[in-house]
Design a protein around this ligand. Structure first.
Ligand code: TYM
Length: 327
C-alpha cells in the first residue's frame, strides 16, 4: 500500500480524515509505504520555501497520528531517485489528452495556463510513478484524488499492454471513512484546503483545543432544524459536512447522530463535536508539536525509510529498464 501527503506547511482536518486516520487502521493489514511528496510540493512556487521544516512536520504528524515508523516505511520522495526516473518513462505512455482532463490542474493553474509550470501539468504522472514504483496494489486517499488514481491505472495498463507484460498491478483507490471529502467550515461547497484565505474555514493539525472549539462554534450551519434522516441533508452541505466529521471521530454512523440530536439545537451538537474532535485531534497535535523538536529522531526515521524504499525502488527500476530494452 502506498500513499503520501505534500509538505506544504499546513496539514488540516481534510488530510487527517481523508487519508492519515485511515492509514492508521490499514497499517494493521498491509505492508505500507508512507511518502512525504516533496517533489510534488515544489510544483507550486509558495511551497518551495521551508521544504525541510515542512517535511519534518509531516513526518511528525504521521508518527503522532499512530503510524509506526518501524513497521512501515516513512520517507521523503526526493530521497529516492526512482520516482523521477520512472515518472519520465511513464510520461511517454501518458497521452496529453489524458492529462488535459485533470480537473486539479485546471483548478490550480487558474486562468493563465500559459504561465503554469510543466511540473504542475505532469504532477499526476509523478504520482503514478510513486505508486507503481513499488508495485503498489492499494492507495488510500481522499475523494479529490480519485481522478489521479484513475489516470494511474490507465498508465499502468498502457505500460503493461505496450510491453505485453503484467508488470504493474492495477492499483485500487481506497477511499474510506465517513469524511472522504471534508468541506470548508465556512462554505460547504468548497473543499477544506490550505489555500483558503480564511483560517476559520479549516482546522489545522497544530490548532489548540481552544481554537478548535472556537472554529467549530463559528462554523456555518443554516436556519433549519437538526436533520432526522439523510433526506433532510439535501441542499445543506455545511450541516452534512459537520455530521460527517462527527461520524469520523465518534466512529458512529449517521443514524446514530440523527437519533442523538434530532430535536436538539445545533449549538448542543457543535459542543459535542468540538469535544470529540479536540479529544482526538489535540492529542495528535500535542504529540506532533513535541516530535517536531526532535529533529534528529525525525531525520533518522526519514533516512532509514529512504534506504528501505530505495531497496525496493532500485530493484524495480532495474526490471523496468530491462522491460523497456535499455542497455
Ligand atoms: P495532498 O497533500 O494535497 O493531500 C494529502 C491527502 O489528503 C487528502 N485530502 C482530503 N481528504 C478529504 N477532504 C479534504 N478536504 C482533503 N484535502 C486533502 C487527499 O485526498 C490526499 O489523500 N496528490 C496527493 C499526494 C500524492 C499521493 C501520491 C497520494 C502524491 N503522490 C501517491 C497517494 C499516492 C495529494 O493530494 O496530496
Amino acid at each position: 500500500m502506498f500513499s503520501g501527503v505534500q509538505p506544504t506547511g499546513k496539514l488540516h482536518l481534510g488530510n487527517y480524515l481523508g487519508a492519515i486516520q485511515n492509514w492508521v487502521e490499514l497499517q494493521k493489514e498491509f505492508k505500507c509505504i508512507f511518502c512525504i511528496v516533496d517533489l510534488h510540493a515544489i510544483t507550486v512556487p509558495d511551497n518551495r520555501k521551508d521544504l525541510k521544516k515542512n517535511s519534518l512536520e509531516v513526518a511528525a504528524a504521521y508518527i503522532a497520528s499512530g503510524i509506526d515508523p518501524k513497521k512501515n516505511i516513512i520517507f521523503c520522495q526526493s530521497g529516492v531517485s526512482g520516482h523521477s526516473e520512472l515518472s519520465w518513462i511513464l510520461s511517454c505512455f501518458a497521452p496529453m489528452g489524458w492529462l488535459n482532463r485533470m480537473t486539479q490542474f485546471k483548478d490550480k493553474a487558474g486562468k493563465n495556463k500559459e504561465k503554469a509550470p510543466l511540473g504542475l501539468y505532469s504532477y499526476p504522472v509523478l504520482m503514478a510513478a510513486d505508486i507503481l514504483l513499488y508495485q503498489s496494489t492499494h492507495v488510500p486517499v481522499g475523494e479529490d484524488q480519485k481522478q489521479h488514481l484513475e489516470l494511474c491505472r490507465d498508465i499502468a495498463q498502457a505500460f503493461n499492454r505496450f510491453n505485453n507484460i503484467n508488470f504493474f498491478p492495477i492499483p485500487e483507490p481506497v477511499i474510506m471513512g465517513s469524511a472522504t471529502r471534508v468541506m470548508s467550515l465556512k462554505n460547504g461547497l468548497n473543499k477544506m484546503s490550505k489555500s483558503d484565505p480564511s483560517d476559520l474555514s479549516r482546522i489545522n493539525l497544530l490548532d489548540s483545543a481552544e481554537l478548535i472549539k472556537k472554529k467549530i462554534q463559528k462554523s456555518k450551519t443554516d436556519s433549519g432544524s437538526f436533520p432526522e434522516n439523510d433526506q433532510h441533508l439535501s441542499g445543506r452541505p455545511e450541516v452534512e459536512n459537520l455530521i460527517n466529521i462527527f461520524c469520523s471521530f465518534s466512529r458512529e454512523n449517521r443514524q446514530y447522530v440523527y437519533r442523538k440530536y434530532s430535536g436538539k439545537t445545533f449549538s448542543e451538537f457543535k459542543n459535542d463535536l468540538a469535544k470529540i474532535l479536540s479529544d482526538e485531534f489535540s492529542i495528535i497535535s500535542k504529540k506532533a508539536k513535541e516530535l517536531i523538536n526532535e529533529t534528529d529522531y525525525l531525520e533518522n526515521v526519514l533516512e532509514e525509510g529512504a534506504i528501505r524504499a530505495n531497496e525496493i525502488a532500485e530493484k524495480n527500476i532495474k526490471e523496468i529498464k530491462k522491460i523497456m530494452g535499455f542497455k
